[in-house]
Write a protein that binds this ligand. Structure first.
Ligand code: S0N
Length: 266
């Protein structure tokens, strides 16, 4: 596959996948998701690879979720079909791929991990953050939500109360705060982030691949039922995107104006 939105490299048994859309803070469009899935599948199939790093290009952002400027007037994103409940992005397929690849995935969070970008790092096996990283959900501000892994699995990590706070208030949290919640494994200075992720990945590559695979699947098994919740969530999101309420959230972000959801409170 010809990659436009993603950089993909392999080094010492480690595959590194970089979302490369820094002009939109590494927000993803349909093509980005397809390229991410392709890269994860390649790393899955390559027996020389024992761990994967997911990161973002530049210093500003890891990923800020769906590209709001690529959302059409019919509500959804720019691709119609495949897995994903019809929202126009194969996000659900990407989430499954990150969870099911039998190799640990390390998120190297170099800046904003917001919205659907935050969900990506939540789903990864481990997270290493730069001291400057910022974490948070923003769906209710822009008329969107991920009520699958983005909420239910997040709650397993940070606890019910904190997960509800994260989604209901849409605040941003520092790397230190995220580590305190159990959302981040390790914090390093920005210039050391990629090396730190590579070092951890190489430590994993030295281990028994079968033991690591079975451990990952064992950890996954306990939260596997969230897959069904995710299907319901994405399918309902496809319907919600076609409403004036969701459109108001998207349009306010694009037009850089305060959002007005008051008229939908009836
Ligand atoms: C990251 C934020 C907080 C940074 O704010 P700051 O520092 O004030 O910079 P900005 O000027 O806002 O941004 C810099 C430039 O980058 C563009 N940009 C940033 N994020 C996006 C984006 N997501 N889409 C398109 N462009 C983006 C800005 O427009 C700006 O460019 P210029 O200067 O040219 O205008 C701030 O940027 C922010 O809040 N971003 C939006 C984050 C967001 O709302 N993401 C989507 C959130 N959605 C959800 O949470 C839904 C749940 C979900 O997980 C999901 C599930 C399935 C499918 C899709 C999604 C999904 O994520 O949508």
């Amino acid at each position: 596959m010809e990659l436009q939105d993603v950089l993909y490299e392999k080094n010492n048994g480690v595959a590194k996948i970089t979302i490369n859309r820094p002009q939109v803070y590494n927000a993803f469009r349909a093509r980005t998701i397809e390229e991410l899935i392709w890269s994860f599948r390649d790393a899955w199939d390559d027996n020389r690879i024992g761990a994967v790093i997911l990161t973002g290009a530049g210093e500003k952002a890891f990923c800020t979720g769906g590209d709001q400027k690529e959302k059409g007037n019919e509500g959804g994103y720019d691709y119609r079909g495949g897995l994903g409940g019809g929202i126009g992005l194969e996000v659900e397929n990407l989430h499954q791929t990150i969870r099911n690849i039998p190799k640990p995935v390390i998120a190297a969070v170099n800046g904003f991990a917001i919205g659907g970008g935050h969900v990506l790092h939540v789903i990864c096996d481990l997270t290493i953050a730069s001291e400057t990283a910022k974490f948070g959900q923003s769906g209710p501000k822009v008329g969107s939500y991920d009520a699958g892994f983005g909420s239910a699995y997040l709650a397993r990590i940070v606890g019910e109360k904190k997960a509800r706070e994260i989604w209901y208030l849409c605040e941003q949290y520092s790397a230190q705060e995220a580590k305190g919640m159990g959302l981040v494994n390790k914090i390093v200075p920005p210039e050391e982030l990629q090396r730190a992720a590579q070092e951890w990945a190489e430590k994993i590559v030295e281990k028994s691949p079968t033991a690591i695979k079975m451990l990952k699947y064992s950890f996954n098994a306990d939260s596997a039922s969230i897959q069904g919740i995710s299907q319901l969530s994405m399918s309902s999101l496809a319907m919600f995107y076609n409403t004036p309420e969701s459109e108001e959230g998207k349009n306010a972000f694009i037009e850089k104006r305060p959002v007005d959801f008051k008229k939908f409170r009836k």
